[in-house]
Design a protein around this ligand. Structure first.
Ligand code: UGA
Length: 458
């Protein structure tokens, strides 16, 4: 156990930055670094590189207190730290497997720039056994007199509620190979679960912490599997309810009520049973593919998980079918799409189902009216924004002028408070295709809209 470990964070993205600031806020000295120098500099100057509620305030606070700083280089952060959290990206290879080159590179850079013993903590989502490969890398490229420990501490932060999730963890998974590594991670996380001054943590506190039911202490491989299995299970719940939604449509039932009725059983639980356009983002779609691939590589039949992914991909066609059913020929029709981010509370559009839908609409040659409370700026960086029949709107109400349909592609809560009564008459045809089941069908039908949701009132 270190007296007060200095924590290095490599990678200041959606995982690394909230983690760094959370750890600084509970009292640790944290030094962050990112390969992308311009991004590191931008953060060092007190700016946040992506939208995440609360992040700007916590950044300002912790720069001011001096507990969070950004190193000029990755090497500098490594040199200054006792414990290094690796939070770099694990993007997808063409075959669905995880591209671990950034992880390998981080391991090599840590090895080559460490002059004293370090604990290297893998935070990025990685296939089972990756941390053992990191350990080999550290040993191969490190100086002979420097010892490395590896640990796995997966993150369970959701974008949009990342800071809330950091400060209110359901569980803290610690995968370790030694008592020393276990105790250091218990020490680091203890202030999250107990009112305790980080500079005053005793051995007894650590022994007691290990008994706390929030901590799940495992070997490193098990910890990696907990993360992949968790995200794959969440994806499975969503695909499950989306198939149930299809049955509801065919049988005249209501998937929202089916989900409610199921979810009240604590063995099932009511979260992640929201039918709609399917799951997106940088985690669930990628993780289910990587989990499938690693299982297959290990000789396990993963057809179940392949189907979870396929069900999800088919959601977009399902919505396009509904649109065509109502509007017949789509060419030159004006379609207002509300929501571009993969979920509310973020400007992240990576793997957003809305983007896949927009692509299909562009292929149909429609007039596109786009609105999103936060993500237009990110969308404008994509090739799709080159399409010449797109208009952008700050106010959703303005986007519906002459529109033949509104598609609600992301369940931003602000779409509930649009004055639907007022906008109806400005539409060419008042059709709402609510791909997220966000709105109250009865209210809209009462106002004279032609409303279609998912798994209800089709
Ligand atoms: C997910 C996990 O929820 C986090 O626990 C995890 O830490 C994170 O991945 C990660 O691995 O880093 P996130 O990607 O932020 O978090 O997004 P989710 O809240 O899981 O939502 C994923 C997608 O599922 C969104 O597109 C959302 O609209 C969709 N969704 C979610 C549904 O379609 N139905 C639901 O009932 C719930």
């Amino acid at each position: 156990m270190f007296e007060a470990p200095t924590i290095g964070i490599l990678g200041l993205g959606h995982v690394g930055l909230p983690t760094a600031l959370g750890l600084a806020d509970i009292g640790w000295n944290v030094i962050g670094a990112d390969d992308l120098k311009s991004k590191a500099q931008y953060i060092a100057e007190g700016n946040i590189p992506f939208y995440e509620p609360g992040l700007a305030d916590i950044l300002t606070r912790n720069i001011k207190s001096g507990r969070f700083s950004v190193a000029d280089s990755v090497e500098e952060a490594i040199d200054a730290s006792d414990v290094i959290f690796v939070c770099v990206g694990t993007p997808q290879n063409y075959d669905g497997s995880a591209d671990l080159s950034q992880i390998e590179n981080a391991g090599r850079t840590i090895a080559q720039n460490s002059r004293r013993d370090k604990l290297v903590v893998e935070k990025s989502t990685t296939p089972v056994s990756t941390s053992l490969r990191i350990k080999d890398t550290l040993q191969r490229y490190g100086q002979k007199n420097v010892n490395f420990e590896v640990a796995v501490n997966p993150e369970f932060l959701r974008e949009g509620t990342g800071l809330y999730d950091f400060f209110n963890p359901d569980r803290i998974v610690i995968g370790v190979e030694s008592e020393e590594a276990k105790n250091t991670l218990l020490q680091i996380y203890l202030p999250l679960i107990a009112q305790i001054d980080p500079s005053n943590i005793s051995n007894e506190d650590i022994i007691n912490a290990a008994e706390h039911d929030k901590f799940v202490i495992t070997d490193v491989n098990t910890a990696e599997l907990i993360k992949h299995a968790s995200n794959s299970f969440l994806a499975t719940k969503i695909s499950f309810i989306n198939v149930v939604a299809d049955i509801c449509e065919k049988s005249g039932s209501d998937v929202s009520k089916v989900a409610k009725g199921m979810g009240l059983d604590p063995r099932i639980g009511n979260s992640f049973l929201q039918a709609g356009l399917g799951f997106g983002g940088y985690c669930l779609p990628k993780d289910i593919k990587a989990f499938t691939k690693i299982g297959e590589d290990l000789g396990v039949n993963m057809s179940f998980f392949r189907e979870v992914d396929s069900v999800n991909i088919r959601r977009i066609d399902q919505i396009m079918r509904k649109l065509r059913q109502k509007l017949w020929v789509l060419k030159d029709k004006t379609i207002a799409v509300w929501g571009i981010s993969f979920k509310p509370g973020t400007d992240d559009i990576r793997e957003s189902p809305s983007i896949a839908l927009i692509e299909k609409l562009i292929n149909e040659n429609v007039e596109l009216h786009l609105h999103d409370p936060k993500a237009i700026y990110e969308f404008k960086k994509t090739d799709l924004s080159q399409y010449d029949k797109i208009k952008y709107f700050d106010d959703p109400a303005d986007s519906v002028n002459n529109a033949d349909a509104i598609i609600i592609a992301t369940d931003w809560p602000e779409f509930k408070s649009v004055d639907y009564k007022n906008i109806k008459d400005s539409m060419q045809y008042p059709f709402i295709l609510d791909a997220r089941n966000l709105l109250d069908p009865d209210e809209l039908i009462e106002l004279g809209f032609d409303y279609t949701g998912v798994g209800r009132y089709s």
